[in-house]
Design a protein around this ligand. Structure first.
Ligand code: NAP
Length: 239
């Protein structure tokens, strides 16, 4: 299926991987809704490079703000064909030091917001005949990282949520997930990141465009592809 003219919401689309996804989809002719929270300037820049796409601010920690976001997108475009749940948080803590606030900081965005964004989009997609949802999970939802237990749990949750929603929303809506490996955006001297890249069978880090390609596949595939998790990680999950 062509993405031309399809209305696709990308959360956290101002910067980094989200920006790469939005630009790739716009390049394929999709009409993208650029969601952002604090990165207004970057969102406007991305939107300009996506053919003057509209931007939508929302703090995804708030369910009323999520509901309002989808209301505004529908008002603007008249429909929603696709959703890419990309926005997330990432922190590193010794699990013995994690506080309730540290836990909620991650799970409110990485897991709870992803669910309620899926719910808001799916209600509208059902009413208009169907749609496509892609949740960005992580290699950390597949492999255990000892300093990111809280993050790994949130992304493993995204993976199971993807599978359960794929059953719940079939046959008109598909739900799939792309699990990125190491996708750095600045010169990184962190020895842990360097070790991960070294251990990657592809012998390099990944790029946003490579995640975007996988997202685009799920958005344009038929409804025979659902509940799938595609690791785009240079083979790192095989370690
Ligand atoms: N980069 C990697 O190596 C890597 C590896 C594995 C998985 N991933 C996953 O890939 C996705 C994108 O990664 P990334 O590194 O590009 O992400 P990122 O820069 O850490 O975050 C993406 C965006 O999430 C948005 N966000 C965070 N909290 C929010 C909130 N409360 N409300 C609304 N938006 C919020 C931010 O928007 P604003 O800037 O507008 O506030 C941010 O720009 C994430 O799901 C991440 O977990 C990334």
């Amino acid at each position: 299926m062509s993405l031309s003219g399809k209305v696709i919401v990308v959360t956290g689309a101002a910067r980094r991987i989200g920006r790469g996804i939005a630009m790739h989809l716009a390049g394929e002719g999709a009409r993208v809704a650029i969601h952002y929270s604090s990165s207004r300037q970057e969102a406007e820049q991305t939107a300009a490079e996506c053919g003057n796409a509209p931007t939508f601010a929302a703090n995804l920690e708030s369910i009323p703000e999520i509901e309002d976001l989808f209301r505004r997108v529908e008002e603007h475009f008249g429909r929603i064909d696709g959703l890419v749940n990309n926005a997330a948080r990432f922190t590193r803590f010794d699990p013995l030091e994690v506080t309730e606030a540290d836990w909620d900081f991650i799970h409110r965005v990485n897991l709870k917001a992803v669910f309620f964004c899926c719910q808001q989009a799916a209600k509208r997609m059902k009413a208009s005949g169907g749609g496509r949802i892609v949740n960005i999970s992580s290699l950390g939802g597949i492999r255990p990282w000892e300093e990111h237990v809280h993050y790994c749990a949130s992304k493993a949750g995204v993976i199971m949520m993807t599978k359960a929603l794929a059953k719940a929303l079939a046959p008109s809506i598909t739900v799939n997930s792309v699990a990125p490996g190491v996708i750095p955006f600045e010169e990184n001297n962190d020895p842990r990141i360097r070790a991960l890249i070294q251990a990657t069978p592809a012998r390099r880090a990944g790029e946003a465009a490579e995640i975007a390609e996988a997202v685009s596949y799920f958005l344009s595939a038929t409804n025979f592809v659902t509940g799938q998790i595609l690791a785009v990680d240079g083979g790192l999950s095989l370690r």
